[in-house]
Design a protein around this ligand. Structure first.
Ligand code: FAD
Ligand code: SF4
Length: 504
């Protein structure tokens, strides 16, 4: 054939650059379900179903439109071997590929095509190209979200009023981030969930048979797997949840996995949904007076800001980025991360819903599972492997900087200005978890001491020298001066107990 157009599992957009100039009489699409993509990390069953079901639906839609497609259903081995065989089979003049979402895959596919020319094409899904981000980063000693986000707002005319931001301020976080309080969240609009059709049911059966020993569960499965479903989920979010998104963005509540979040990250990352349409819909809802500015701005900041920013950092810094371990953390990830079987209520809730649905919202990822791993001292690579395995939205370009940089501070402050650390009091304030927990977030030593609180003080003691001159951590460190040697020894002993598996 003339062109072999490679479509990966997170490139399910018929408008993507690889399809430019596609000629159905001479070109062919190639897609492959390579088992290694689900085994190179111990991918959860929910995540595998998400990817394979969306891929099969996308292929079916292409076939319906008459595009010739070589689709390889689940085969053992890696993508590269499969692509090598496809190139030998079709002898294309050129292989076309939109820039992938994973450095490892890019290297493997580059090699796999051998002497056949490979057209690596810009991923137009994003607001900011990798080249544009490199320009932003050039000459800066440190990277910060805020300056990048303002540049993006200006450049793309998002929430702008002439030259200035709508509402007169760039950041409305002060109005956001409340806790539910003792009453709890009350009525919550039900999330958009989609009953599996025959194609998805087939994938669920396949995943149970081939990957039944992988973490989590394949069912119930309700994620969008087609563009039409993704659009429906987007509309439902804008109409029913966005108005309250900002206010409750950081709140948690036991047994309530969805709250006012969008649950659109997987649809976005698989490219079923375009960030431009989502940002335009959120801004439009505000301009129509249907949602407060603080919610629209808080939401747009996540997409136009954080999502683009972490992608920029990923491609700017890979492959070295994955090896960072600035805090020299070396411990193994506790085994209960794969089961949720721990007496710490906040963690069992966050991990439980993660394994059930492949989903946890940002604060659960950052300030519960991520915070615990950071304070415990888990080796960043193991934390990274866990996050890449368990979430339906996990693709390395977005997962790695969030995990290694934002949550574990393993990049030494490149992505986030300070480590996100807190005692159990933070979780107590933002949720109802501590009420039913056998630990007490106010205690750092003794039998009822909350492990977060103990490990927080232990973290400060262990890293006091490193952060002594850090402008944002110095106030936290000053509290250490008031802790005498006896109390320090008690904290160290309790921390050692936690790390020795005292939690069961
Ligand atoms: P909402 O809270 O409703 O936010 C709206 C959208 O904003 C999301 O759909 C997402 O596309 C985007 N967004 C929000 N925060 C971020 C962020 N920090 N970085 C990038 N995009 C963001 N997100 C992923 O898409 N894939 C991952 O693998 C992933 N791993 C993470 C690992 C850790 C340790 C942390 C702390 C965060 C991670 N995130 C990841 C970011 C964020 O937690 C998820 O995007 C979000 O929870 C998805 O749920 P939602 O769609 O309901 O998001
Ligand atoms: Fe989590 Fe500590 Fe609260 Fe228990 S007491 S729920 S471990 S923060």
């Amino acid at each position: 054939c003339r062109h072999l157009v490679v479509v990966l599992g997170d490139q399910l957009d018929p408008q993507s650059s690889a399809f430019d100039g596609f000629d159905a009489t001479r070109d062919r699409v190639w897609m492959c379900e390579a088992a290694e993509e689900s085994t190179h990390v111990w991918s959860s069953q929910q995540r595998i179903v998400q990817f394979l079901a969306a891929m099969r639906h996308f292929a079916a839609a292409l076939r319906e439109r008459g595009l010739p497609i070589d689709y390889q259903t689940l085969r053992e081995g890696g993508l590269a071997d499969a692509l090598g065989e496809a190139v030998a089979r079709w002898r294309p003049q050129r292989v076309r590929l939109t820039w992938p979402g994973d450095w490892r895959v890019l290297q493997a596919l580059r090699l796999a095509v051998g002497d056949t020319p490979l057209d690596l094409l810009e991923d137009r899904h994003f607001f900011c190209s990798t080249e544009r981000f490199a320009r932003h980063a050039r000459g800066r000693r440190s990277l910060r979200l805020e300056s990048f986000y303002r540049e993006m707002r200006r450049e793309h005319g998002v929430l702008m009023d002439g030259d200035g931001p709508c509402g007169g301020v760039w950041n409305l976080d002060g109005e956001n981030r409340a806790a539910f309080g003792a009453q709890g969240p009350g009525f919550l609009p039900p999330p958009a969930r989609f009953e599996p059709d025959a194609l998805t049911a087939e994938v669920i059966a396949l995943v149970r048979a081939r990957f039944g020993d992988h973490p989590g569960q394949a069912e119930p499965f309700g994620w969008p797997v087609t563009r039409a479903q993704a659009l429906q989920a987007m509309r439902q979010f804008i109409d029913e949840r966005l108005a309250h998104f900002g206010h409750w963005q950081d709140a948690m509540w036991g047994g309530e996995p969805w709250l006012y979040h969008a649950q659109l990250s997987a649809a976005l990352n698989l490219k079923l949904l375009h960030p431009r349409e989502l940002v335009a819909a959120a801004e439009g809802a505000w301009r129509a007076g249907r949602v407060p500015l603080a919610s629209a701005e808080g939401f747009i900041r996540q997409i136009l800001g954080w999502r683009e920013y972490v992608r920029g950092v990923y491609w700017l810094k890979m492959p070295a980025y994955a090896d960072h371990n600035a805090l020299d953390a070396r411990r193994a990830l506790p085994a209960w991360y794969w089961s949720g079987d721990t007496p710490m209520r906040c963690l069992s809730d966050a991990i439980g819903q993660t394994l059930r649905h492949g989903y946890a919202h940002h604060i659960q990822r950052l300030m519960v599972t991520g915070l615990f791993a950071l304070l415990y001292g888990v080796e960043p690579k193991q934390v990274h492997a866990w996050y890449l395995s368990v979430y339906v939205d996990a693709v390395e370009w977005v997962e790695l900087p969030n995990t290694l940089g934002m949550s574990q501070y393993a990049d030494g402050g490149l992505l986030a200005s300070k480590p996100y650390i807190a005692t159990g009091r933070y979780i107590e304030r933002m949720s109802d978890h501590c009420r039913g927990c056998r630990f007490d977030p106010g205690q750092r030593t003794g039998e009822r001491a909350c492990p977060f609180t103990t490990l927080y003080w232990d973290f400060l003691v262990r890293h006091a020298a490193r952060f002594a001159a850090h402008p944002r951590l110095a106030p936290q460190l000053r509290h250490l001066d008031r802790i005498g040697p006896e109390e320090r020894a008690a904290i160290a002993a309790r921390a050692a107990w936690v790390r020795a598996g005292g939690l069961g």
